[in-house]
Design a protein around this ligand. Structure first.
Ligand code: ZN
Length: 248
C-alpha cells in the first residue's frame, strides 16, 4: 500500500445538472461528496476532481500522470468519452494506476476495454423509493472490507441483478441481495498488468448513496488497495529476444 495516494475523482457530471432529484441530493456532484470523505484520511495525499465537461474530458495526459487511483462515475454519456481518452485510461491502468468503477460505470468505455466482455446486467428502479439492498462481505480477510460488519443495508436503491457479464473476478469481495429477490456480485477485483481495478455497485444518482458511511468507507479502502505499490520494477524484455544459453 502506498502512503501518499493522489486520487482523481472523475465524474460524468450530467445528472447533477439535469435531473432535479439528483441536483437536490448532490448540488456539487457525487464526486465532491466522496472527495469530502477521502480528504485528509490517512494515506491520501491529494483529492482532485475531473469532469467530462473539462478540457480533454478531464482525462489529459497531465491529469493521468499525476493520478495514482481514479474513481469513475458515468451513466448517460458513456459514448461521449472519446475512444482516445478511454484508451489512455486503460493504458494508465496497465502501467499501474488503480481504477475504481462505480455503479453504472459498468458500461463505461474504460471498464469495458479492461474487461473485454459485454458487462451487461439486470436492473430495476422500483417506484419512488426503489428497494432494499443488503451488501454481504464474502471475503472477510480482504483489505477492502476493513472496518465493516459482515453485512450492511442500503434502504433505497436501484436493483442490479445477475448474470453480470464480466470476466470471473480475481477476488470477489461483496455480494448483494435485493428485496425483489435478485443477487449481484457487488464488489469485484481484477488485476490488469501492473494496475488494479475494483468495481463497486452502489451509487444510483437519485438516492443519497454516497452519504452512507459504509459505502464511502469501502471506496476509501478500495483506493488504498488499488494504489500502485511503487516497487522498483525490473526492466523485462518484451518482444524479440536473444537466447540466454548456447543453442547450437
Ligand atoms: Zn443507476
Amino acid at each position: 500500500m502506498s502512503a501518499e495516494i493522489r486520487v482523481t475523482l472523475w465524474n460524468e457530471g450530467i445528472h447533477e445538472k439535469e435531473l432535479p432529484r439528483c441536483k437536490a441530493i448532490y448540488p456539487d456532484g457525487m464526486h465532491r461528496v466522496i472527495g469530502a470523505y477521502l480528504k485528509g484520511k490517512p494515506g491520501i495525499a491529494e483529492v482532485n476532481y475531473a469532469e467530462l465537461s473539462d478540457p480533454e474530458q478531464g482525462l489529459s495526459e497531465e491529469i493521468l500522470a499525476k493520478t495514482d487511483v481514479m474513481t469513475w462515475w458515468g451513466h448517460t454519456a458513456h459514448d461521449r468519452v472519446t475512444d482516445e481518452h478511454a484508451a489512455r485510461v486503460q493504458q494508465r491502468v496497465l502501467e499501474g494506476m488503480g481504477l475504481i468503477v462505480l455503479h453504472s460505470g459498468h458500461m463505461s468505455k474504460p471498464f469495458m476495454r479492461l474487461m473485454g466482455t459485454g458487462c451487461m446486467l439486470k436492473w430495476r428502479e422500483y417506484g419512488e423509493n426503489g428497494e432494499r439492498e443488503r451488501v454481504w462481505v464474502v471475503d472477510p480477510t480482504h483489505p477492502i472490507v476493513e472496518g465493516l460488519a459482515e453485512s450492511f443495508e442500503l434502504p433505497n436503491v436501484e436493483m442490479y441483478g445477475e448474470p453480470f457479464g464480466i470476466p470471473k473476478p480475481d477476488e470477489l469481495v461483496f455480494i448483494s441481495w435485493f428485496q425483489g429477490g435478485e443477487v449481484f456480485r457487488s464488489g469485484c477485483c481484477w488485476r490488469r498488468e501492473r494496475g488494479k481495478v475494483f468495481y463497486f455497485r452502489p451509487g444510483h444518482e437519485t438516492f443519497p448513496i454516497y452519504y452512507n458511511e459504509n459505502v464511502v468507507k469501502v471506496i476509501y479502502n478500495a483506493v488504498r488497495w488499488a494504489a500502485p505499490n511503487r516497487m522498483a520494477m525490473p526492466a523485462y524484455v518484451q518482444g524479440n529476444t536473444q537466447p540466454l544459453e548456447k543453442m547450437e
